[in-house]
Ligand binder design. Structure first.
Ligand code: UD1
Ligand code: UDP
Length: 425
């Protein structure tokens, strides 16, 4: 087909994890001759995404250059919405894709809605069922999901969440998570880690950046790391610091002089994946790492009170440990001292995909664009409960009662206990 008559797919990317997870999707569209793929970088993150562009060989067609130091959510949201709208007016895409739960994703979905352009959500349906945690990501996912014409759910459980919200079933596709596609690419390249690690020590990889962890929780995490280095002399920590001003100076201040803690700048994806492979275990509040580390057979202790990624927890390869210093110390100590506990958490597995998510997404989008009939009514909600409940702001017990009264299955609570998986619907 003549290039001018091809449908245009616009992939919008804002932050580091979005670039990592959308890169395989962009590549899949570029391999196919069925659509014209354009890349819009909002650059909600600047250095963190620029660092990844080279590794994935992505060349944005549009760069909104949004990031400002210490940006607030309202100003970020407002600037994104206005500039995205103007980019959509210029580009006139036939469909727009974005991945995940950031402000870039929410504003992209909203800007598309205002211009009546179909929006497809990659990594759809992840929920903690707590609007305040992660903040603002849970709300961003809900809002983007409500405005999406196509939902690319990574797992059956994510699909179940969308069905419970009344999303039209034919618009939900379980495709896996393209993070596994990116991970396989990085493993294949075997990029060396240019950091001198002690070959006689077990390395624990740490990352933290969530807004809920700012302040006291982050200080607790640092205290846990410090006390572990005092208790165990055969371990060292590698912590690539997120540049957020609420993170980097705090960690540097508390751990900067500890000889068993290597603080470094954010690593490019290749070396970072090498660091995960080289680690003994991972301590993190990151979403992406909860998906990557299990695929590499590394136990993940998740320093959060809940997770929208329950599958690795159900599989026994990830564990919620919260941000209390004593709990983190005792959970890490158990993995360091108990070979059985370590073996059971390092058995690996990849609940998040097989590395073919991006090709599936490209094919489904191509089919969608080729059949105008499927584009009608995709925002309809035939299963929406008659009196929807504002479930997430209620106490769990009240919420459960309310849902039962309406005969709606109660969403699974991902609390600190390791809970059994719900029956897939
Ligand atoms: C954002 C996302 C979060 C995601 C995380 C991934 C929102 C509201 N938050 O959080 O969901 O998990 O990215 O890392 O969408 N900064 C730099 N250089 C960079 C990136 C950030 O200096 O390359 C600093 C800037 O001062 C910036 C601040 O970090 O203002 C915060 O960035 P922002 O994107 O608003 O929030 P994150 O905490 O990075
Ligand atoms: N990552 C990286 N270099 C680093 C730290 C993280 O490449 O120094 C990758 C990591 O492999 C994962 C992603 O960045 O794919 C996670 O990003 P982040 O923790 O910022 O965001 P989240 O996943 O929590 O949204």
């Amino acid at each position: 087909m003549d290039h001018l008559h091809l449908k245009t797919v616009l992939c919008c990317i804002g932050t580091r994890p979005e670039l990592i997870k959308m890169a395989p999707v962009v590549k899949a569209f570029q391999r196919s001759s069925a659509c014209r793929c354009r890349v819009l970088l909002t650059a909600q993150h600047r250095s963190l995404v620029d660092q990844m562009l080279h590794f994935f060989d992505i060349h944005p067609d549009i760069d909104l250059n949004i990031m400002k130091a210490n940006q607030s959510l309202p100003e970020l949201t407002a600037r994104l919405l206005v500039q995205l709208d103007s980019a959509l007016a210029d580009e006139k895409p036939d469909i727009v894709l974005a991945q995940g739960d950031t402000t870039t994703v929410f504003t992209t979905a909203l800007a598309c809605f205002y211009r009546n352009i179909p929006f497809a959500h990659v990594e759809a349906g992840l929920r903690t069922h707590n609007l305040r945690s992660p903040f603002p990501e849970e709300a961003n996912r809900l809002l983007a999901g409500r405005l999406s014409a196509l939902h690319f759910a990574p797992t059956a459980s994510a699909r179940g969440n969308l069905l419970r919200e009344g999303i039209y079933p034919d618009t939900i596709h379980i495709v896996g998570n393209p993070v596994i596609d990116a991970l396989l690419l990085a493993i294949q390249r075997q990029i060396p880690l240019d950091i001198p690690l002690d070959p006689f020590k077990r390395m624990i990889l740490v990352t933290a950046h969530r807004r809920e962890s700012f302040g006291q929780p982050l200080r607790q995490i640092c205290h846990a790391v410090a006390s572990l280095t005092q208790r165990f002399h055969d371990i060292e920590f590698l912590w690539p610091l997120h540049p957020n001003p609420s993170v980097k100076p705090v960690v540097q201040g508390l751990l900067g002089r500890n000889p068993s803690v290597l603080l470094c700048d954010p690593l490019e994806y290749g070396p970072f994946v090498t660091a995960v492979s080289r680690s003994h275990l991972v301590l993190t509040d990151s979403g992406g790492l909860q998906e990557e580390a299990p695929a590499l057979g590394k136990p993940v202790l998740v320093m959060r009170e809940n997770s929208e990624r329950p599958e690795a927890i159900w599989a026994g390869v990830a564990k919620l440990v919260g941000t209390r210093s004593e709990t983190i110390v005792s959970e890490v100590a158990s993995l360091l001292q108990d070979p059985q506990a370590y073996a059971s958490m390092s058995k690996g597995g990849s609940p998040y995909g097989d590395g073919k998510a991006a090709d599936r997404i490209a094919q489904i989008v191509t089919d969608y664009l080729a059949t105008p009939a499927t584009q009608e009514n995709t925002l309809a909600h035939p299963e929406l409960p008659k009196s929807p409940v504002s479930v997430s702001l209620m106490q769990p017990a009240i919420r459960a009662l309310h849902l039962r009264q309406q005969q709606i299955p109660v969403p699974h609570e991902h609390g600190l206990e390791n809970s059994p998986p719900p029956t897939p619907r």
